[in-house]
Write a new protein. Structure first.
Length: 159
């Protein structure tokens, strides 16, 4: 399956928000993480990500089908942060997220490090990031009695 990333534009915001809700709503229902769950975000927040100066928001295409999105931001153009990244539920478990991570890492060869946070109780997410070379930082943030965010970092090889 051919995976590609296309920079999102303002007119993509509603489609991105709809996918974001579809991808994150099951987690919202499971963990009741109302304050941080992307399923509760507004169209304005999506537009802000699309237009941020210190980052890029990409649509994820599998063939010609829109299946998700990934937002990348940076500090000093060498420290990168992934948030959010999501794949529609019907496309999850097909290796798309791995390919997307490889693609974004190739797009930013100047990166010294990559960081992200995920729900520690979501073992598949943790497995994915660890398989991709991300290590737990030791920092976590308890959201409520059901869920905790855990932070990951990948330090890149420098030449």
């Amino acid at each position: 399956m051919e995976i590609s990333l296309v920079k999102a534009k303002d007119n993509d915001a509603q489609a991105i928000l709809d996918m974001q809700v579809a991808a994150f709503k099951p987690l919202l229902e499971k963990y009741k993480d109302d304050e941080i769950n992307p399923a509760n975000e507004s169209i304005e927040k999506v537009l802000k990500r699309i237009n941020r100066k210190d980052g890029s928001f990409f649509k994820i295409l599998a063939g010609n089908k829109l299946v998700g999105a990934i937002c990348i931001s940076w500090k000093e153009e060498t420290q990168f942060w992934i948030s959010p990244m999501f794949i529609l539920p019907t496309y999850q478990g097909k290796g798309i997220a791995q390919k997307v991570i490889h693609l974004v890492e190739e797009m930013y060869p100047q990166a010294v490090s990559w960081e992200l946070a995920t729900i520690v109780e979501e073992k598949r997410n943790c497995y994915l990031y660890e398989k991709m070379g991300y290590k737990q930082t030791g920092f976590s943030k308890k959201i409520n009695n059901r869920t905790t965010l855990i932070y990951y970092k990948k330090v890149c090889q420098t030449s």
